[in-house]
Design a protein. Sequence first.
Lengths: 330, 267
Amino acid sequence: MIRTQPIIELSHLSKTFRVARRDPGLKAAAKALFRREYTEIRALDDLSFSVPEGQIVGYIGPNGAGKSSTVKVMSGILTPDAGTCRVCGLTPWRARRQLAGRIGVVFGQRSQLFWDVPVIDSFELLRDIYAAPQDEYTANLARLTDLLDLSALLRTLARQLSLGQRMRCELAASLLHSPQVLFLDEPTIGLDAVSKIAVRQFIRELQRRRGTTVVLTTHDMQDIEALADRILLIGRGRILRDGTLDELRRTHSPLRTLTVEYGGALPPLPAGAAVAESQPGRAVLTVDTRVLGVSAVIAALSAAVELHDLSVASQSAEELVAGLYRELEL
Amino acid sequence: MKKYLSFFRVRFLTGLQYRAAAAAGIATQFAWGFMTLLLYRAFARAGYDRFPLPFESLSAYIWLQQAFLALFAVWFWDSDILEMVESGSVAYELCRPTDLYTMWYVKTGAARLSRAVLRCAPILLVAVFLPAPFGLTAPASALQFLAFLLSLTLGFGVVLAFGMLVYAAEFFTVSPAGLRVLVVALVDFCQGGLLPLPFLPAALRTALEWSPFGAMQNAPLLVYSGFLTGGALLRTLGLQLFWLLALVLLGRLILARGLRRAVVQGG
């Protein structure tokens, strides 16, 4: 399906919060009774980006960068001071209730299931709240039950679910009304390895089968690595980097670590490669891929010494992002 | 409309689960009812028997009050809503295609009604079989009983609308516990929770009868006991309807302002 219009479009969004501040001590406290001092915090500062339909966007940035403010604007919960925003063709803060039917939200730290009733009751209630047609609901429920392995959970009270079980139910709950856009905020927080993988597989599957657009906010870089087609990095209320993980790697993390076990004596290394540590018969080299390829180094090595073992490692996504935060002074 | 009905159903069924709490509540209400009646009897025996209500009416007032406590006691706050407003996570409620005021009104209504349904039957049943003048006597006529039901419904609606005012007001204060303590003490007295309003001095009584507080439990309980008939009855029902509409309107306004604040300030 080709659409000329992106499904999410933000341009020049700004939002400033006023936060009360005061100096420590009794005197300052007394003064604050009469006159408060406020500091302005720019949560969003001329923020623009757009997302085409069917993309999974990893929206990352350090705490306080403006991630959740952006998600709140896009879901109609927060009104910006300036700028425009269209989600599914609607301006969120003007058409909040209309938009609510087209988007799904999962906030990892908050439950949308009703605590004291079986999960299936919550689902049926959500069906009525979203006025989802019965046949659509039945089909969605069957599919979600199958994909997320919920059949054993539907009759359980929500408060008796484990965290991983609850998150699977939360995902299902947010998708019963077939939303076009899904906002996920920390969907794998606190989950064990098996549940994390199940949740990630499900999100991939959802995008593949339904073409659902997903905005994924997370601090878990493995989520990003496994899911994001594209990464948006936000800091101080602005988009600072926009690209795929590979692109970010190419530009921001050009070093590869080459560990070799060999027999013989190491030859002089070509420019761009350096020895990080060495013991007899084993060396760790760093290769700057901006200067030369890893394969050139391997070729040079294998011509001079007998290679027993060799491994190449690039920075993990975690390290890459930590490096980026440092570089951007976030 | 269907979404609010389903919501009501789920909350109502949830409330019906708490059997132990209901049993404890019934015991408390019996004890409270008996103690109150014994107190009035002590006054009557000591010669202070110029009560504005006959003792039978007083007994009916007290037993109905105990049976329907969950409908009228202001202190049945909904901890979900309070928590949401205090933590600011109320903003997430806006991710649904629903009207927040209606949703909360229905939610608190269902919670109170489910409690009342569990508790009223045993209390009413026992009260009916108590010896005169301590028992619950039947109303004078079917018409009077119908008027009681209507007044009960309206009074319940007024209490819910008043609760919504408090929830909405919590948007504007950092620590709302103080407001609630004050409201509970004041409203309980003003709606005739401590003492039926006819016992109060004439001026105060008149003022309260015209206020929204007189439209809460005072109205249906006095209608049942036959204290309000004819013109006074019609006036009371009219006032109840008026206050219901007025408080709902006011609550909607305050909630909309509070939400705008949350939406603008970021929750």
